[in-house]
Design a protein around this ligand. Structure first.
Ligand SMILES: Nc1ncnc2c1ncn2[C@@H]1O[C@H](COP(=O)(O)OP(=O)(O)OP(=O)(O)O)[C@@H](O)[C@H]1O
Length: 511
């Protein structure tokens, strides 16, 4: 089954969206050939997916030309160019047919395999009698610098969002999709002028069964991610070292992110197991260098990593696959986002363990594993550790799962209850002990005197009072008053003695 990109590839210039001026130029150019003139070959330069190859084919179709294509998957060294292009380009007509020669991605003609390719191409161009259209993403690639004087460069811009929308609308109608204009416009906006991506996105949404506006909003923004998708396409499609190594030039991502994109999509593009295995061999080597970058903070290792992950992967395939491959966003990133909360909780537990045991998080990770094993083998000890490390319920659930967590927490609750009871009992016991001791201390005061002693003492008191009263009656001073007066007299005598010979103050004088 054809992908929609192939199915809806325009057959005629009329169907090609946008590029009006370019279409006119191409028409004039081919017509001059038909008039017997010999204009320079055309070099169509533009961003991926804007329609360079499509324009060339549509032109050939409109003017009844047979196409001879030598694309990027073929070897394009001197002898191949001479054999394939040379013959076709220089023979005025074969069996009365007109030929248009198309050479894709000429900025990729480089390396050992393509040795002498560009210089042979220049030779062919000089002698060519048939029209030749070359395409390139970058006209200023060093590999084709020598070619530029022999071609006419036509620059293509990304397709305007409105034109992208119109193409999508037509496809949606033909496919009978239930999709509204708002959604189609959103897809067009995301494509940033890359019609191939826009059509691929529409097909992907239709396949997923979700053609809602929200789903379109979530599509990768090609403006931001265009570069990574382009780079992927270059790496996975090309068999040229030079092209592969420059694939990441415009990618605004770090190699540790890019490697995930490549790893995700290699098995989608490569069909032979040996190719996939070879590609992953290179990716794992690249990964080792990335690890060294992290460990040693030596960013010099990045260049080895990127060469291995681009050229290594590109050269792992036997030949270019001429098929449409829907590349996708690395699952690992989605997984990391999904597990972010979980990982944060685990880090919290690691921190707690690290603080209590005064160890690094690496060592704490080991303890965490032990805790996981203990949870299954001996939940009672695990409960003690959970208590010691102050691990909370939600944290424990993430660590050992809901079921085991509630079992451990139940044990912990029982243990705490027992502990509280023991503490209470102990406190009670201590209280009673103290009470007893206090009671012992207070006991003598509380001793109740025997009745007789008490009575005797009362009698003595009464006798004393009676005596005092009788003394008063017979003119004697009561004993207590007598004692008071003697004390006063004595004090006066003492003061007199002390004041004798002392100079009196004014204050004392008045006393
Ligand atoms: N201007 C356009 N109008 C309609 N369809 C287009 C247009 N441009 C691209 N497409 C669609 O995108 C697909 C890819 O386009 P094409 O191969 O021409 O792009 P390209 O510019 O040659 O890209 P690359 O540089 O990657 O080879 C086509 O098959 C077609 O379905």
């Amino acid at each position: 089954m054809l992908s929609w990109v192939e199915k809806y590839r325009p057959k005629s210039l009329k169907e090609v969206a946008g590029h009006d001026k370019v279409k006119e130029k191409l028409k004039t150019w081919i017509e001059s050939y038909l008039k017997g003139e010999n204009p320079k070959p055309i070099l169509l330069v533009g961003p991926p997916g804007c329609g360079k190859t499509t324009l060339a084919y549509a032109l050939a179709n409109d003017y009844g030309f047979e196409v001879i294509e030598l694309n990027a998957s073929d070897k394009r060294n001197a002898s191949v160019i001479k054999k394939v292009v040379g013959h076709a380009a220089t023979s005025s007509s074969i069996f009365g047919k007109k030929f248009l020669i198309i050479l894709d991605e000429v900025d990729g003609i480089s390396g050992k395999e393509d040795a002498g390719g560009v210089s042979e191409l220049i030779k062919v161009i000089k002698k060519a009698k048939n029209p030749i259209i070359l395409t390139a993403n970058d006209a200023y690639a060093t590999s084709i610098r020598n070619l530029l004087p022999y071609v006419e460069i036509i620059q293509l811009n990304p397709v305007h969002t409105n034109s992208v929308y119109k193409v999508l609308k037509k496809i949606a109608e033909k496919e009978g999709l239930d999709v509204d204009d708002k959604t189609l416009k959103m897809i067009a906006q995301h494509s940033a002028g890359d019609l191939r991506s826009a059509i691929n996105d529409l097909e992907a949404l239709a396949l997923s069964g979700d053609l809602s506006y929200e789903a379109a909003q979530k599509l990768p923004d090609r403006k931001r991610e265009a570069n990574i998708f382009d780079a992927l396409r270059v790496i996975l499609k090309t068999t040229h070292y030079g092209i592969a190594t420059t694939a990441l030039m415009n990618v605004d991502e770090t190699p540790d992110v890019i490697i995930e994109w490549i790893a995700e999509n290699v098995p989608k593009e490569y069909e032979k197991l040996e190719e996939v295995a070879r590609a992953f061999e290179y990716l794992s080597k690249a990964d080792r260098y990335l690890g060294r970058v992290m460990r040693r903070q030596n960013y010099g290792f990045w260049k080895y990593a990127t060469t291995l992950m681009t050229a290594g992967v590109a050269l792992s395939k036997d030949e270019k696959y001429r098929k449409w491959t829907p590349y996708s966003y690395p699952k690992i990133f989605r997984l990391l986002t999904q597990t972010k909360a979980e990982r944060e909780i685990l880090n919290k537990i690691l921190k707690k363990i690290g603080e209590k045991t005064h160890t690094s998080s690496k060592r704490a990770r080991f303890d965490l594993q032990m805790l996981k094993i203990l949870a299954k083998e001996n939940p009672s000890i695990a409960a003690d550790l959970v208590d010691y490390f102050e691990i909370k319920e939600d944290e424990l659930k993430v660590l050992v799962g809901d079921k085991l967590a509630s079992e451990i927490l139940k044990i912990l609750k029982e243990k705490k209850k027992l502990e509280r009871k023991k503490k209470k009992d102990k406190e009670k016991l201590e209280k009673e002990k103290k009470k007893e001791e206090k009671a012992k201390e207070e006991q003598p005061q509380l001793i109740i005197q025997p009745k007789e002693v008490k009575e005797k003492e009362e009698i003595k008191e009464v006798e004393k009072e009676v005596k005092e009263e009788t003394k008063e009656k017979i003119g004697e001073k009561p004993k207590v008053e007598e004692e008071k007066e003697t004390k006063k007299e004595k004090k006066k005598e003492k003061k007199k003695k002390e004041d004798k010979g002392k100079q009196l103050t004014l204050d004392a004088f008045f006393k």
